[in-house]
Design a protein around this ligand. Structure first.
Ligand SMILES: Nc1ncnc2c1ncn2[C@@H]1O[C@H](COP(=O)(O)OP(=O)(O)OP(=O)(O)O)[C@@H](O)[C@H]1O
Ligand SMILES: [Mg+2]
Length: 467
């Protein structure tokens, strides 16, 4: 069942329930009040009649004319009188009660003998119901008469019937109007939801540039649209990154393949000396190594993305790890006339995977040496605060411009300066470094000035036992 219909029906039934309850209570209270009022008025008239009889000293009345002249209040048209003897026979009655015999009921007689007043209702076919009061007149312990006053309940019935009619017409009318209003309002409120559904269908069809142009209100629909738009924006970014990534990856793998193909074709063009073949094969091996490394790194990153890379969680002494790195880096630097210096080394232990941390620092030192100019130097330092270890690798090399700094951690991103400086490198090193730092709950920052040098700082939380 559509939401719009459901909302409308809920709304309509709630209103109907309220109206029916309200009307029932109203009807019951009104009918009770009207009857009470009628009884009250009957009681008053009966009391007046009794008073008049008392004034006459309870003498028996001769006829109805005398009755009427004696008790003008008895002449009221809306009420009639009967006066019964204690045996229950009528001694006299007002003229407006001619059509029917209205004998005193057994119960009224019994109650009269006990000296109490009684109210009764009576109903004759084809006549409006009657309401009767019977009052005993007791003198010196004897029942002299029973005065009965009655009146038609026609006006009460009439009022109640009208009220019932009004309610029976008004309730369905009110419910119908409210259903129509509810249907309209629910439709209005749900229209943006339809718009969102349509846009979502278009987006699901593959067009991630689509956005919802729902009103920028702060209500539920506005928030839904905004959340939805944010989600699509993030999806669009990651889809673009994935596409970029595959195109970069194929490009990186094609370069060595092109080189190998060219060299091999050239060598095969005519017979050559054994030494020439060796040269070509050696060069091909170099390209194969390069491709192997790229594929390994890609494999690592994709497994890291899927959360499949297992990480140790053991204490690692950073100062001895960095000593090792320094030894390897010194060898790297030697080839290019670059000095690698170890500065301040505070002892520090972190929890993590030693192999991965080694890879992280080796990548940073490798970059520092690779992007240094001959004669430059690279500084490695380790400092600690109360909870963190800060490892910095600083060089005096080509530097990175501020606009490019945030992008160097992206996969395959290499600055133009770096490409001009060296052909070696695929741009995956820092992406891996950044993943390793993240998975140790740490981070990497870069401070760099173009032409002057760069400092990469890794911050790692110290192992709790130490801090
Ligand atoms: N110390 C540095 N000085 C200047 N630029 C740097 C430095 N370290 C990194 N970069 C820049 O960041 C880019 C990405 O570095 P990253 O280590 O990811 O790739 P790479 O060193 O080019 O290749 P590889 O995958 O072999 O490490 C580099 O291409 C370079 O432009
Ligand atoms: Mg690198």
């Amino acid at each position: 069942m559509p939401l719009r219909l459901r909302l409308t029906l809920w709304y309509g039934s709630a209103l109907a329930l309220i109206l029916v309850t309200f009307s029932t209570v109203l009807y019951l209270i009104t009918s009770r009040d009207l009857r009470d009022e009628l009884d009250q008025s009957l009681g008053d008239t009966a009391a007046a009649a009794v008073r008049s009889l008392e004034q006459r000293g309870f003498l028996p009345l001769i006829d109805e004319n005398e009755l009427m002249s004696q008790f003008p209040e008895l002449a009221r048209i809306d009420k009639f009188f009967q006066i019964f003897s204690p045996s229950g026979t009528i001694t006299i009655r007002s003229p407006n009660v001619k059509q029917h015999e209205l004998p005193l009921s057994r119960q009224a007689l019994e109650v009269a003998f006990s000296g109490r007043t009684i109210f009764e209702s009576a109903k004759y076919p084809k006549e409006p119901p009657l309401r009767l009061i019977s009052v005993p007149i007791i003198y010196r312990g004897n029942l002299l008469y029973i005065v009965q006053v009655g009146t038609s309940m026609e006006s009460v019935e009439h009022t109640l019937n009208r009220l019932l009619l009004v309610l029976l017409v008004a309730i369905p009318l009110a419910v119908a109007v409210s259903l129509a209003g509810g249907w309209f309002l629910a439709g209005r409120a749900l229209r943006p939801v339809d718009a969102i559904t349509l846009a979502a269908q278009r987006i699901a069809g593959g067009d991630l540039t689509q956005r919802l142009n729902a009103p920028a209100s702060a209500d539920e629909i506005g928030r839904l649209a905004e959340t939805f738009n944010n989600m699509i924006a993030r999806l669009e970014i990651s889809f673009r990154q994935i596409r970029q990534f595959s195109s970069d990856a194929s490009h990186e793998l094609r370069t060595p393949l092109t080189v190998m193909k060219g060299e091999t074709e050239l060598a095969l063009r005519r017979p050559r000396e054994a030494g020439d073949y060796t040269t070509v094969l050696e060069s091909n091996l170099e390209e194969i190594d390069r491709m192997t490394r790229i594929v390994d790194e890609l494999l690592f990153l994709s497994r890291a993305d899927m959360g499949e890379v297992k990480m140790e969680h053991l204490p690692v002494k950073l100062e001895s790890l960095l000593e090792d790195i320094h030894r390897q880096a010194a060898l790297l630097g030697q080839e290019r006339g670059i000095q690698v210096v170890v500065g301040l080394m505070s002892p520090a232990t972190v929890l993590g995977d030693e192999l991965r941390l080694r890879e992280l620092f080796l990548n940073l030192v490798d970059n520092a040496v690779k992007y240094s100019r001959p004669g430059g130097s690279v500084h490695i330092a380790l400092a600690t605060s109360s909870t963190q270890a800060k490892i910095s690798v600083a060089d005096q090399g080509i530097g990175i411009s501020p606009e490019e700094q945030p992008r160097i951690f992206d996969r395959f991103y290499r600055t133009d300066d770096a490409r001009a400086h060296t052909k070696k490198g695929t741009g995956l090193g820092l992406a891996i470094c950044s993943w390793i730092a993240d998975s140790h709950h740490g981070r990497i920052e870069v401070h760099s000035e173009i032409g002057k040098g760069s400092t990469f700082t890794v911050t790692l939380p110290l192992s709790p036992r130490q801090s």
